[in-house]
Unconditional design. Structure first.
Length: 249
């Protein structure tokens, strides 16, 4: 399945941990060349060591996708290093849950900036490059929260619900340029997302829920991304919803 990734060039955002890290490593292992973007330089250095090859297949890009210049620079640097951009994985995201009226406005502003604007900035920068080469694949990491709402996730739901419409709109606009789009919607995954929940009660209950089921691992989501981008050019896997077997919602 991974044979189709050899010598492909990919940019993965949010690559310093979790799904982004696992995806960057899976791509590099499959022979792709990877631009790995995140804010934490030390974690990116660790990632480069895990990938091996002295940077031949993976290089680090320190930056914040919610800052437009950083997002644009990541796309440009990846393209400049290897002369093309085959795959963009918009993975960077935050999940700051809590009742809407009890969470600071700054928290949900951050979510909109990272989860929505960050995706749009990277995608907007990548599309002209992909159109010029008449090929490309844009993968947007959403969530089961893009389908099912809860009382403590209204703003997070907004950002992830929006990814569904955005991805489908892109598909319709870009298919004639042979640019594919995929949205991945994970359920409960063992990542750092729950550590950043600002509302104490919500953090406790969310962590408890994840601990009481056999949650997915980041590598499970990376495998679904590899599957989608490894298909023949005639195949566009538009959407993958992936939950733990034990998840009830």
């Amino acid at each position: 399945m991974t044979a189709g990734l050899k010598d492909k060039v990919a940019l993965v955002t949010g690559a310093s941990s979790g799904i982004g890290e696992a995806t960057a490593l899976a791509f590099a292992k499959a022979g792709a060349k990877v631009g790995a973007m995140a804010r934490r330089k030390d974690r990116l250095n660790d990632l480069a060591k895990k990938a091996g090859s002295d940077g031949a297949n993976l290089f680090s890009i320190e930056g914040d996708v919610s800052v437009r210049k950083d997002a644009e620079r990541a796309v440009k640097e990846t393209h400049a290093k290897w002369g093309k951009l085959d795959i963009l994985v918009n993975n960077a995201g935050i999940m700051l849950l809590g009742p809407f009226d009890e969470v600071d406005i700054e928290e949900w502003e951050r979510m909109v900036k990272v989860n929505v604007l960050g995706v749009m900035y990277c995608t907007h920068a990548a599309i002209p490059l992909m159109k010029k080469q008449k090929s490309g694949h844009i993968v947007n990491i959403s969530s089961v929260a893009g389908r099912i709402a809860s009382p403590v996730s209204a703003v997070y739901n907004l950002t992830k619900w929006g990814m569904g419409g955005f991805s489908e709109g892109l598909r319709q606009a870009l298919h004639k340029d042979h640019i594919r789009t995929t949205i991945i919607e994970p359920g409960a995954v063992l990542t750092e997302l729950t550590d950043h929940i600002p509302h104490a009660g919500t953090k406790e209950s969310t962590k408890g829920y994840v601990q009481n089921i056999e949650a997915l691992e980041s590598e499970d989501i990376a495998a679904s991304i590899v599957y989608a981008v490894s298909q023949p050019e005639r195949v566009n896997v538009n959407e993958i919803l992936i939950r733990p077997t034990g998840q009830d919602r």
